[in-house]
Write a protein that binds this ligand. Sequence first.
Ligand code: HEM
Length: 548
Amino acid sequence: MSTVAQPIEGYIGQLLTYFSSLPTSRLILLLIVNIPIITVAFNVLSQLLFRDKSQPPVVFHFMPWVGSAAAYGQDPIKFFFDCRQKHGDVFTFVLLGRRVTVALGPGGNNFIMGGKHTVFSAEDIYTHITTPIFGKDVVYDCPNEVLMEQKKFVKFGLSTDNFRAYVGMIEEEVLGYMKSDSRFRIFQMNDINEWGSFDALKTMSEVTILTASRTLQGIEVRNHITKDYAQVYSDLDGGFTPLHFMFTNLPLESYRKRDAAHKKISDFYISIIRQRRENPGQEEEHDMIASLMNQKYRNGRALKDHEIAHIMIALLMAGQHTSSSTGSWSLLHIADRPDVADALFEEQVKHFRQPDGTWRTMEYEEIKDLPILDSVIRETLRIHPPIHSIMRAVREDIVVPRTLSAPSEDGQYIIPKGHVVMSSGAVSQVDPILWKNATEWDPSRWSDPEGVAAQAYKQYDDANGAKVDFGFGLVSKGTDSPYQPFGAGRHRCIGEQFAYLQLGTVITTVIRQVEMKLASGVPDPNYQTMITLPKKPRDILYRRRQFD
Ligand code: HEM
């Protein structure tokens, strides 16, 4: 027993003698009154006295069940770095009744993201929050093999051919927004001397839903984006909070609104699908509904209407906050760095400004070849990945090396069945052990072909490297890269190319029209939402560009 434990043992002996001298009624009363204190004391003592050395160390916490929820919820990145300093790459913390084992660094990423899906299950941990929102029979409400097929169907719809059609549509939506939204009143007034301002997140949320619906979601959805629809969407979105992650159903307004909104949106998509079936030939050929209506599972069965509707809701939700958050952070950083803003603008002028002073719409293939734009998006995703923690439920006892950052003789821990495992690309992406000036937003790090960033990206997305097919086409392995904003392995994002196209077109359309600056610096991240968003104030000042 440890030296800490010896005085504690003596103290417990004295307490026991005292309590045994009390009458039973007094003892019961004392127990009832002191239940919270006794529970906390028992929790603290059990951590100090009974550590199971075969399992990862548990982060010390006073409150049972609540555990380290406050520290993790406040700032997960700081919490993870602090824990790593005390416990190493692998440790367990208690999060609202769950035992969560974190594995950090590229080794940790590889251990979890590259683990077998029969052992590390995404559906077991996510289904209770996603199924009431997306609906039945899709994503995490179906066997993993079916999800892989559904991802294949979506990937088929995210074709180069469709992407080519999307650039002009996105540009048109952004310009239309700037010409009509009240936040861009100063821009609309054509006054090049006055500065206006817009809330980065609010603006990017609206622009993201407009551009995603115009392209992926289809014309019927785009035409339906009214105030009423925005309210229904917001009710559905209200089901995507840490509370809903903890409790699938509670008798609260937000749960009732979530369920009503799901039904309304699902019925809306089903009505679109039926109308299209009844009027063949009129469907929008470039959108995802059209693509899904033509797909068949391996057993030859076509997708049912409700499956198409629910996949569409899943895509809407998967892309909305991730892209609007990344777009907001990108614009905030660009506004904060005039040198980067100038370089981005010059890149646009060089390639797309025509002799008559008008702008040419970018071709899809050209967007992929704009190094400054590319590095701005990559760097924003490095510092502000929208998803900071990725979880899996452990279905059987599993062995993990005690040290993941380097080969070592430290031995192993057992992570028991029933634990949740968590990986955090957000930590490895800003780890000072791996990156120079790790927390500094510096897009130029991506242009050094020998630098850490280039190496990390090569590991993540190596055109010539190892590829795996999980059922939705070949993807780079990428699980051991320190940089993985789109996840890795079989659950890797399939929206990556679309997100780059959408973000790239939105950012450049804005940059072509206005100069930007910040009144105060780049805001801190808010980790209390499911997706990491910029805190308020997050206003960007803008002024219409002046051309010679
Ligand atoms: C999965 C990030 C945009 C659809 C993921 C995952 C991450 C991610 C980290 C892995 C989750 C996990 O392993 O548990 C992002 C980011 C985006 C983005 C940073 C934008 C900047 C999109 C868009 C779509 C989309 C636009 C749809 C068009 C999906 C889907 C999955 C996924 C279907 C697969 C889920 C699974 O297999 O379990 N995304 N995403 N994402 N994302 Fe995205």
